[in-house]
Write a protein that binds this ligand. Structure first.
Ligand code: PMP
Length: 330
């Protein structure tokens, strides 16, 4: 009989798929690493396993304990999966710009969710990360994994995701592109790839306009799960060779083209990362091999960036290049 012992055994070993419809097929090989194939539907399953295992090992999480985490959804789902299997309670905080579907999914896994305002400064007591810190202090037996500052986050990518990409490409990749959220993916995968290739692989972070990674002036943006108002400890600024800044309109346009031209339904941050990969492809040698990490599925964004009315209400019918979103897709 062939079966797995638990959903946790299905984390990782996600496929690489060549992009043709968004890159025109004549330039470098652009390979999308589809993290939606993880059991919780995103790349965050990987760090959830890593962070919980590390907390169990060092005694900060004990049987029957509570996992408290500030999460915009995907990390929460990963943690909830691990918690379901290993017997922990979950309490999550998230900003109110997160789509209702994602919050409903967290609750479906049995987690308690505290929704906090997105439009408050980082020092504000109602900022979702500050609320999580307070709850972790108040609830007995609680542990906050704190993906933003937990070394187990980049360590999971260094130990697992990086070697996986290197093996899948038989060491032939030349560029790795991923979005910067906590910075864990770029820092962990990037460090591994730099080491194993003796510096030959270029590591590129993609950051939304309005986020601090690229030194941009901090301001609101719509793409979820990427960018930060300040640099977290999970991010090692020495790792990326370059950070590309992508605006909402470009990220959304590429996200929608991915669905229609490639059959890849992902969120705005996946589109943002692919937009960055396409810029890299434009200037790279034709024999370059570019791996771009697509973090999750687009199912959680059907009522936001895949909804024309939602976009129009936020001024995205006329993006920067003057092409209406709907026309650019068709
Ligand atoms: N790549 C993309 C495109 C993302 O959107 C994300 C976060 N949602 C990641 C990678 C992972 O981010 P990090 O490890 O920096 O938190």
């Amino acid at each position: 009989m062939r079966f797995h012992d638990s959903m946790l055994d299905l984390v990782g070993q996600t496929p690489l798929v060549r992009l043709v419809g968004v890159a025109d097929g004549s330039g470098p090989l652009v390979l999308a690493k589809l993290e939606q194939f993880n059991p919780g539907g995103s790349v965050k399953d990987r760090i959830a396993v890593g962070m919980v295992t590390a907390a169990e090992r060092d005694g900060s999480l004990r049987p029957g304990g509570t996992i408290v985490e500030p999460t915009s959804g995907n990390t929460g789902i990963g943690l909830a999966l691990v918690a379901a299997r290993r017997g922990y309670r979950c309490v999550f905080t998230c900003p109110d710009k997160v789509s209702p579907n994602k919050i409903a999914a967290l609750r479906a896994y049995g987690a308690e969710v505290v929704v906090c305002p997105a439009a408050v400064p980082m020092a504000h007591p109602r900022f979702y990360r500050n609320v999580a810190a307070r709850l972790a202090a108040e609830i007995p037996g609680a542990h906050c994994c704190d993906q933003y500052n937990n070394p187990a986050n980049p360590a999971a990518h260094y130990a697992v995701t990086g070697p996986e990409i290197w093996e899948q490409t038989q060491g032939r990749l030349t560029h790795f592109v991923a979005g910067l959220g906590t910075g864990g993916t770029v820092s962990g995968v990037g460090r591994y790839l730099h080491e194993v290739s003796a510096g030959a692989v270029q590591v590129i972070g993609a950051d939304p306009q309005g986020s601090a990674y690229s030194g941009d002036e901090v301001r609101p943006y719509y793409v979820e799960g990427v960018g930060q108002p300040s640099m977290p400890d999970a991010f090692d600024p020495a790792v990326p060779d370059e950070i590309l800044t992508i605006g909402d309109a470009e990220a959304i346009r590429v996200t929608r083209r991915l669905a229609q031209a490639e059959g890849i339904l992902t969120g705005g941050s996946g589109g943002m990362a692919v937009a960055a990969a396409l810029r890299v492809a434009e200037r790279a040698d034709p024999d370059a091999v570019i791996v771009v990490l697509i973090p999750d599925s687009g199912r959680g964004y059907l009522t936001t960036i895949f909804d024309d009315d939602w976009l129009a209400g936020r001024g995205f019918t006329e993006p920067a290049d003057g092409v209406p979103v709907a026309a650019a897709i068709g």
